[in-house]
Design a protein around this ligand. Sequence first.
Ligand code: KG4
Ligand code: ZN
Length: 353
Amino acid sequence: DEELVVLGIETSCDDTAAAVVRSNGEILSQVVSSQADLLVRYGGVAPKMAEEAHSLVIDQVVQEALDKAKLTEEDLSAVAVTIGPGLSLCLRVGVRKARKLAGAYALPIIGVHHMEAHALVARLVQSDLQFPFMAFLISGGHNLLVLASDLGHYIQLGTTIDDAIGEAYDKTAKWLGLDMRKSGGPAVEELAREGDEKSIIFKVPMKQHKDCNFSYAGLKTQVRMAIESKNIDAAIHVAAASEQDRKARADIAASFQRVAVLHLEEKCERAIEWAMKIEPSVKHLVVSGGVASNQYVRSRLNKIVEKKGLQLVCPPPSLCSDNGTMIAWAGIEHFRMGRYDPPPPACEPEDAV
Ligand code: KG4
Ligand code: ZN
């Protein structure tokens, strides 16, 4: 098995990321440039703004990844790049960069599916993780339950019919006047520790649906109504709120988190039952995506997974949120199976992609 060194490029959402990874699982470098400060996420969908931000930093991010790995383009075996899903304007920035580099250095290119990469990176973390396994991706844009039967063979067991859980965390954070410089999830998790999770009884979504799908739009509305009824002013930052006001916010954060995660637990349990019928040899459930770095989420899901006789695999936070390592790693897995494109022409016109 030839040793590969692959550069991974990720620009599907609001982070510009690159990494260099070896086929033995060694991460030589990982660079992430976040657009959080531009408030892209909270200013609504602003693809044009996100595209410009990616374009501004892409060369620098890739160069830094190579420098940190103490390598040059000539040392690479291939370039892997996210080709979807995501904002097409943003994806194109990464694809253009990858093709330019691959063209100039005659490197094969591997187009990677963003969600597949989230799942596969667990096999970098835990080298004995064999197919079939289950993957549960929970992020700002996705709630996805899949059965990974084999490389490239995935059965979707459930998805969200409206918002993803991370979006609900982010809105809750915004309405509670939490710190918005970072994403909202960690701020809600932190404040929830001070709250009483049973103080407000929110309705668990989709209880009557005997499937594995998710919905967070209704819970978002319930939270917004609770916040309005307690006269919480999001313009006043939680750090400046009175003790009583802070407690009210913490109670909402904790109550929201309990029900948001209960929804995950219920659907996850059913999905495991479904998956075991299709692939009885399933032994692991991988939890990934930004929300998987939440400790409460991890411990609640771990209970369900253990109850069903499976093992939870949770990559470290730096590999759970969007990153270049997972793209490089998915590229390595596909490359090994002979799935890649030949190098593009050395001088491709800029608008060819
Ligand atoms: O995977 P990710 O970095 O990007 C995509 O959405 O694809 O996930 C970001 C999401 C955001 O909604 C963020 O609020 C959420 O993950 N998140 C968390 C935590 N850390 C990040 N949600 C809850 N608790 C956390 N500790
Ligand atoms: Zn993602």
